[in-house]
Design a protein around this ligand. Structure first.
Ligand code: MRU
Length: 372
């Protein structure tokens, strides 16, 4: 997507130096646009853990590239399986909830099975990481192509009046390689001339909505308005929301989705107000082992200081201020589970399914190991 008119993706291998991975460092947005150099698997671990980059599909790609860097870094002439397993476990331990991370890292590790000459391993790891990035870029494009039909329908029903879409957190191109998941249908609709407006949940405590989603939508010229996290229900009651689209960090094959904390409340409010609630996700976000209700999902609990401190611009300088005293108990869960019953549909790269096992396996029959 575009940043000040120039095309950018979120992560890439430097064209002149193939040992250097570069990312958009999201910690500085929307105040500054900075590129960060990632030179080692350890750098990548920190970038994922400390959210220099974030969002499930992007975390997956970063994990795969982290494996590539780990192989490059190996001092010997051949790479053992033990080394690969150790590095894979290390990178996978950077964040627990988005299943894309283990999905991508394991794909690279699987490709590298067995003792190999280093040169061959480097080529294999690079090829697999690039393939994952290509697939995820394409998947998001397709999510946009399928999802735009939902926006189109609403626009027709409103006689081409503006379609108001509420989204939570950042499931935009910054959370992916390009296009986004929840935002892909929105960008597509906007580019096709359909009038859209996005209500952007602020998304406390890290404010991914206010800082990232609003920024990237604005860069592309999509009209949007930031709202405090608790505003959605009121807007829905007033008839100011036509649909909700969110992303996901892990989904069950039964149609439950795990997403940024607060998503569940939006789904409840949408159901009470008869507003369609969609999740947009590539199949790399579906944890095919997960049971009904997605209850086994490890829900990340982050440092409570993320809640106590707020970062912002003061007199032209980015600074942090304390808004909750340090000795006040605080707890910071990163994600919640929205049960399938509250979800109108799941927009994937293969089409839109209902949030149930039958419909999901109809789109992904090869994943159904026990067809009845
Ligand atoms: O904690 P984050 O910022 O990595 O959260 C992940 C997300 O970006 C959201 O939960 C998003 O809605 C799903 S990922 C496209």
């Amino acid at each position: 997507m575009k940043v000040k008119g120039n095309h950018f993706e979120t992560i890439w291998i430097n064209e002149e130096n193939s040992g250097l991975v570069q990312i958009i460092d999201q910690r500085h947005l929307p105040f500054a646009f900075r590129i960060e150099d990632i030179k080692t698997a350890e750098d990548m671990f920190i970038a994922i853990r400390d959210m220099h980059l974030r969002g499930a599909p992007l975390i997956g790609a970063a994990g795969a590239l982290g494996m590539y860097l780990a192989v490059l870094d190996h001092p010997g002439k051949s790479i053992s399986e033990g080394y690969i397993t150790e590095k894979a476990n290390f990178i996978k331990s950077s964040r627990p909830t988005a299943v894309n991370l283990s999905w991508a890292v394991d794909r690279v590790a699987e490709d590298l099975k067995g003792l190999r000459p280093k040169e061959e391993a480097v080529e294999l790891a690079k090829r697999m990481a690039m393939q994952i990035m290509d697939e995820e870029r394409e998947n998001c494009l397709k999510i946009g192509q399928y999802g735009v039909k939902l926006v189109e329908e609403l626009s027709n029903r409103k006689n081409n009046d503006t379609v108001n879409i509420l989204t939570h957190c950042n499931a935009g191109w910054l959370a992916c390689i390009d296009y986004g998941t929840a935002t892909a249908p929105i960008y597509r609709a906007h580019d096709q001339g359909i009038k859209v407006h996005v209500w952007v949940d602020e998304t406390r405590p890290r404010n991914q909505g206010a800082r990232l989603t609003a920024w990237e939508l604005s860069q592309h010229g999509v009209p949007c308005t930031v709202i405090a996290d608790n505003t959605g229900g009121h807007l829905m009651q007033k008839g100011l929301v036509d649909m909700v689209i969110v992303g996901s960090d892990r989904a069950s094959p039964y149609g439950d989705i795990v997403n940024k904390i607060g998503t569940y409340l939006k789904a409840l409010a949408a159901r009470d107000n008869h507003i369609p609630f969609y999740a947009a996700l590539p199949s790399s976000t579906i944890d095919w082992q997960l049971g009904e209700g997605a209850l086994e999902t490890p829900i990340e609990e982050r440092d409570a200081n993320e809640l106590r401190m707020v970062e912002g611009m003061i007199n032209g300088k980015v600074s942090e201020v304390e808004i909750i005293p340090r000795d006040m108990p605080a707890v910071n869960f990163g994600f919640d589970i929205t049960p399938a019953r509250l979800i109108s549909g799941i927009i994937t790269e293969r089409g839109i399914s209902l949030a149930n096992k039958k419909s999901i396996f109809t789109l992904f029959p090869e994943k159904n190991l026990n067809p009845d």
